[in-house]
Design a protein around this ligand. Structure first.
Ligand SMILES: [Zn+2]
Length: 182
């Protein structure tokens, strides 16, 4: 899928400001340049390494609305920054693969999935750095459930092609509220 154009931000806060505040408080030793953009991508959010000194965090356009709470974006940015600190690694021999369902674990016919992006130490670091994790994931699941798909083997949250209808319903609600308050 081609990388779509970066969009003008429509949020009620400044994403770049949140990103620098997080860097100062939680990642003071991070020297790489990290920028962000909202665009249409297959996943809700991701981080790409351009070179060892430059990263780009891509946030899906579905989040580019004034309805997205600041704590959701803060949590996602923390999550993506941890990927710089804790890069994907191979499983240790004998280690359970958390990407597989209980009954598939340890079975021989199951082809290895390759390096893991979210090993247990990743989630440990995340829960230490992001006290808003539960509320943020709660909001994502509650608000975006019909428009996302959790792919646990690929370790990602995909955004379905119908995502634009969420934005449309939102604007319809705004119109209704406007007519009521008149
Ligand atoms: Zn991740």
């Amino acid at each position: 899928m081609p990388h779509s154009q970066a969009e003008l931000e429509l949020l009620s806060f400044n994403t770049g400001g949140i990103l620098s505040a997080i860097r100062q408080s939680a990642f003071p030793n991070l020297t790489a340049e990290v920028s962000h953009l909202y665009c249409v991508r297959p996943t809700l959010a991701s981080i790409s390494k351009i070179n060892p000194e430059r990263y780009v965090i891509s946030l899906h356009s579905i989040l580019n609305t004034h309805k997205t709470p600041e704590y959701v974006i803060r949590h996602i940015l923390i999550h993506e920054l941890i990927h710089i600190e804790i890069p994907p690694r191979d499983l240790i021999p004998g280690e359970d693969d958390p990407r597989l369902k209980e009954k598939r674990r340890g079975k021989r016919d199951c082809p290895p999935l390759g390096p893991i992006s979210h090993p247990p130490e990743f989630w440990e670091r995340e829960s230490g750095l992001s006290p808003e994790r539960e509320s943020a994931m709660g909001w994502i699941i509650e608000q975006l459930w019909s428009f996302i798909k959790l792919d646990s083997q690929a370790e990602r949250i995909e955004v379905k092609p119908n995502w634009r209808s969420w934005v449309w319903e939102g604007s319809k609600t705004r119109k209704m509220l406007k007519s009521i308050s008149r």
